[in-house]
Design a protein around this ligand. Sequence first.
Ligand SMILES: [Mg+2]
Length: 247
Amino acid sequence: MAGIKWVLASDIDGTLVGHGGESALVNFLNERPEIGLVYLTGRTRANAEMLLDSYQFPHPLALATDIGADIFWGPSLRVDETWAFQQRREWSPRRIMRALEQVDGAFFQARCSYWRIAYGMRDLDALAHARAQLVRQGIPCRTLWDEEQRRMDVVPRNALKGKALKYILSRLSIRPQQCFVAGDGENDCDLLSGRYRGVVVANGVLPFKEHLPSQIIRSPLEGAQGVLDGLRHFLDEPRVLQAEFAG
Ligand SMILES: [Mg+2]
């Protein structure tokens, strides 16, 4: 923790990995130990670790998995019990499954992790009914819809990357101005909402991509190259500002 000046808080799939340029970013980060890393992902811990290790990404200050439902502290990745307790308090998979059993056109697919239950949907009517059923029964949760796979995932209400990051930074006593965020997808929206400076990589598919807050750069480069591009701008900024001030 000592010596950390900046934090890169990034999504993994499609942002750090999957579009080339990973090793250039890894080298850059290894040369800059003053940049601490926070990874935020929809993956489970084991899954995320495997992927990050395969590209030799540096060990993080913290890893948030299942879209922020769990937080692990580096380097040994011990679970944050306080955070997990808060999530567990209102997470009731059994109630969710019982409620959705009654929905025509909703088919249980898998318990993907402790924090994620997947349902196949016959059509959009079934999706609407399923969502209404969860609301009607007052079950605290969030649903994510994958149009292509016709799949609805149910996750804890507070499983949000932005919430997890806010908690992580406050525990580390790092100010929002020291943090740079990176993402490419819908579940990165709350990270990129304007609280932090950051980058959306070129391959990003965001519902509000045209209306990003001004502190979010839209990199013309994909994946890790886009992150590196954005990060360089961010790190140059204090110098640019100082030069402008002096001039
Ligand atoms: Mg992604």
